[in-house]
Design a protein. Structure first.
Length: 73
Protein backbone atom coordinates (compact mmCIF):
# COMPACT_ATOMS: atom_id res chain seq x y z
CA UNK A 1 0.00 0.00 0.00
CA UNK A 2 1.48 3.35 -1.03
CA UNK A 3 1.72 6.39 1.24
CA UNK A 4 -1.08 8.06 -0.71
CA UNK A 5 -3.34 5.01 -0.28
CA UNK A 6 -2.56 4.96 3.43
CA UNK A 7 -3.38 8.66 3.75
CA UNK A 8 -6.62 8.19 1.81
CA UNK A 9 -7.56 5.29 4.06
CA UNK A 10 -6.94 7.43 7.13
CA UNK A 11 -8.97 10.25 5.62
CA UNK A 12 -11.85 7.93 4.75
CA UNK A 13 -11.97 6.21 8.14
CA UNK A 14 -11.38 9.35 10.18
CA UNK A 15 -8.65 7.56 12.13
CA UNK A 16 -5.07 8.66 11.91
CA UNK A 17 -2.21 6.24 11.68
CA UNK A 18 0.54 7.35 14.09
CA UNK A 19 3.05 5.18 12.21
CA UNK A 20 2.93 7.30 9.07
CA UNK A 21 5.89 9.60 8.62
CA UNK A 22 3.57 12.47 7.74
CA UNK A 23 1.60 12.17 10.98
CA UNK A 24 2.35 14.75 13.65
CA UNK A 25 1.98 13.54 17.26
CA UNK A 26 -0.78 15.09 19.30
CA UNK A 27 -0.05 17.15 22.40
CA UNK A 28 -1.38 14.30 24.53
CA UNK A 29 0.96 11.80 22.85
CA UNK A 30 3.93 14.12 23.31
CA UNK A 31 3.00 14.67 26.95
CA UNK A 32 2.73 10.92 27.53
CA UNK A 33 6.09 10.17 25.89
CA UNK A 34 7.83 12.98 27.77
CA UNK A 35 6.32 11.83 31.09
CA UNK A 36 7.52 8.27 30.47
CA UNK A 37 10.99 9.52 29.50
CA UNK A 38 11.16 11.65 32.65
CA UNK A 39 10.08 8.72 34.83
CA UNK A 40 12.77 6.48 33.31
CA UNK A 41 15.40 9.20 33.73
CA UNK A 42 14.46 9.71 37.39
CA UNK A 43 14.65 5.95 38.04
CA UNK A 44 18.05 5.74 36.37
CA UNK A 45 19.29 8.75 38.37
CA UNK A 46 18.18 7.18 41.66
CA UNK A 47 19.86 3.90 40.74
CA UNK A 48 23.02 5.76 39.74
CA UNK A 49 23.05 7.77 42.98
CA UNK A 50 22.64 4.59 45.04
CA UNK A 51 25.48 2.89 43.13
CA UNK A 52 27.76 5.91 43.57
CA UNK A 53 27.07 6.01 47.32
CA UNK A 54 27.80 2.29 47.57
CA UNK A 55 31.08 2.74 45.67
CA UNK A 56 32.07 5.70 47.86
CA UNK A 57 31.39 3.75 51.05
CA UNK A 58 33.35 0.78 49.72
CA UNK A 59 36.31 3.02 48.80
CA UNK A 60 36.30 4.63 52.26
CA UNK A 61 36.11 1.21 53.93
CA UNK A 62 39.02 -0.11 51.84
CA UNK A 63 41.09 2.99 52.54
CA UNK A 64 40.45 2.66 56.27
CA UNK A 65 41.43 -1.01 56.18
CA UNK A 66 44.68 -0.22 54.37
CA UNK A 67 45.46 2.54 56.87
CA UNK A 68 44.57 0.35 59.85
CA UNK A 69 41.87 2.77 61.00
CA UNK A 70 38.94 1.46 63.00
CA UNK A 71 35.60 2.45 61.40
CA UNK A 72 33.42 4.84 63.41
CA UNK A 73 29.98 3.73 64.46
Amino acid sequence: MSEVEKMNEVASTGRRNPMLASTEPSDEELHSVMREARDVAVQRKLASDAWMLEQLNLAVQQAQERAGVQPHG
